[in-house]
Design a protein around this ligand. Sequence first.
Ligand code: ADP
Ligand code: MG
Length: 698
Amino acid sequence: MTTVSDYFGSLVFDDRVMKAKLSSDVYASLKRTIDEGASLKNDVANAVALAMKDWAVEHGATHFTHWFQPLTGITAEKHDSFISPAPDGRVILEFSGKELIKGEPDASSFPSGGLRATFEARGYTAWDPTSYAFIKDKTLCIPTAFCSYGGEALDKKTPLLRSMQALNKQALRILKLFGNTDVKCVRTSVGPEQEYFLVDKAMYEKRKDLMFTGRTLFGAKPPKGQEMDDHYFGVIKPRVAAYMADLNEELWKLGVLAKTEHNEVAPAQHELAPIYTTTNIATDHNQLTMEIMQKVASKHGLVCLLHEKPFAGVNGSGKHNNWSMATDTGVNLLTPGETPYENAQFLLFLCAVIKAVDDYQDLLRLSVATAGNDHRLGANEAPPAVVSMFLGDELNAVLDAIKNDEAYESNGKTIMKLGVHVLPKFARDNTDRNRTSPFAFTGNKFEFRMLGSSNSIACANIMLNASVAQSLKIYADRLEGAEDFETALHDMIKKTIKDHERIIFNGNGYDDAWIKEATEKRGLLNLRTTPDAMSAFLDKKNIDMLTSLKVFSETEIKSRYEIQLENYCKTVNIEACTMIDMAEKEILPAVCAYEKALSETVSAKTAAVEGLKCKYEKGVISSLSALTDSIADAVEELKSAVGEYEKIDDVTKASFFIKDVIIPKMEALRAPCDEAETLTADKYWPFPTYGDLLFGVK
Ligand code: ADP
Ligand code: MG
């Protein structure tokens, strides 16, 4: 029997394969490129390409592709076969170092947000040797960054790598001050917990809203929803279990460390979490995971919905981004240490995150802003749109003690007197987890919970890495010039706590009282929708930070601002058009057909027995008739709003029009349709209901 360890990573050109297939010189040289960012020599590239090709062909591959992540949010690939004509009319299989390192896809059809006007349409892809190549669908996939010819990033990987570099540079400065000179590099790691829904494929295909938009735009509340809490961590149904088993196998072959799976809160909702890994690999793997989830579902007659809010009134799907920083020597910088000195270092890194989350709460919020995620954040769902942090009781007590120059006590025992030269020693936090906080410390990592299930995790991690790098930079600038390191360190930790304690909140994030306190007393931002959040991207403080750390150029920021808003507008506009189509072509005709049947019943009944009142039939007919009138009116309203929207050129204006005019009109159309559904006989309703979809997979 083959076991998981036999086939784990079997489709990945990983370190094991490299060692086996490359000469020791080439391997050593490539390792220097991967680990230390050393530039790659031509002969090394050629040797690696040859080994990769031979290995890929042995595993059945016929093509190769530069696999990249354009700003559409999904991955892109253009396949080239390895074949090259030989003089005798046959073909040989070739793949050069040049082809490995650089590709030139036509960039003109990918979103570039204004960059296209100023720069050439052509783009190029460049190999990211820090993420392993792999085989998918008989194609050797080479993870790459995607840039314009002017060198502007057109993808999500490039700024992510830059943000990791920025954090590395600043963290190394801090570590040096603490005497950690053996550390060569600091990397951020991420474990993203992915939520999703599974629905039956045949039912899915009967619903245009699911097919065109990934979510239901209509649907009355089913008699049973999630109120019984009987799904969460419940027994996994056989069809779902078979899917999960197959999914794991496919992911394991691709070297994705899929680890945990369970049912989520809503019926038909599930979660998959991998073991954490370096941020850029975690990002590649999460993109791959989302793709494979959908592909495997199809094989099982299922559809995997990654939308943040597939069903109104039912829990939405998010993605928890578990994030930490660690050295190449294996030290997690967010782990409290053994000695006061180690703890001081831990506290400084912790403070860097606290400062970052407070200073750049707007960037964190907008990094997850999409039309889909607006249904979660700011609606009555976890977490709220207000960014705050949860630290737990013990850490809070430590920070309070530092702030007030008091002794830190635990279990009634004074553990440490705080003087200028001494920082407290304390145990790892074991307090209860807070599940409602958008940004929670969970012992040795932070869990950023605002990401939507379909988001690329790149965006959130770019902002997170950059913001923390900025805090570290400010700290390093001050500490490097300090006369007395320990005094300066203590003062700076204390100052951070004082300046930024408003961002720390340990209560219930769902509570309306919290939103009031956060916005009115603490001055925290409550950016409920994508248009509300996006303008902050262009704030000077944010442009200054991101450009000074070289994570983005100003042009890149402006282009991304446009693209993100454009995506928002297009997404909602497609939803509006789909609603109009479904209401006109499916819902109205179905309701009319039912009304007709009822009317015919009335005629038949009164013909048979004179004087019958037919109260029931007539009652339903008049209710439905009132509803069809409302539906028809709402359709006209929405249509004319869409017409107006299409005339707006400016993307910012368009996004606010969508939010303030189109979305309310969509809601106004949905309401009478959902009510009509509750009055129409099942067999007349034109598509599967919420009940069918949520409980249809056995
Ligand atoms: P939960 O939050 O559900 O209790 P875990 O704490 O076990 O679950 O882990 C959730 C996710 O966090 C997993 O993907 C796990 O690999 C990841 N994780 C654990 N430790 C770290 C770390 N130091 N850095 C980043 N991610 C981590
Ligand atoms: Mg979690």
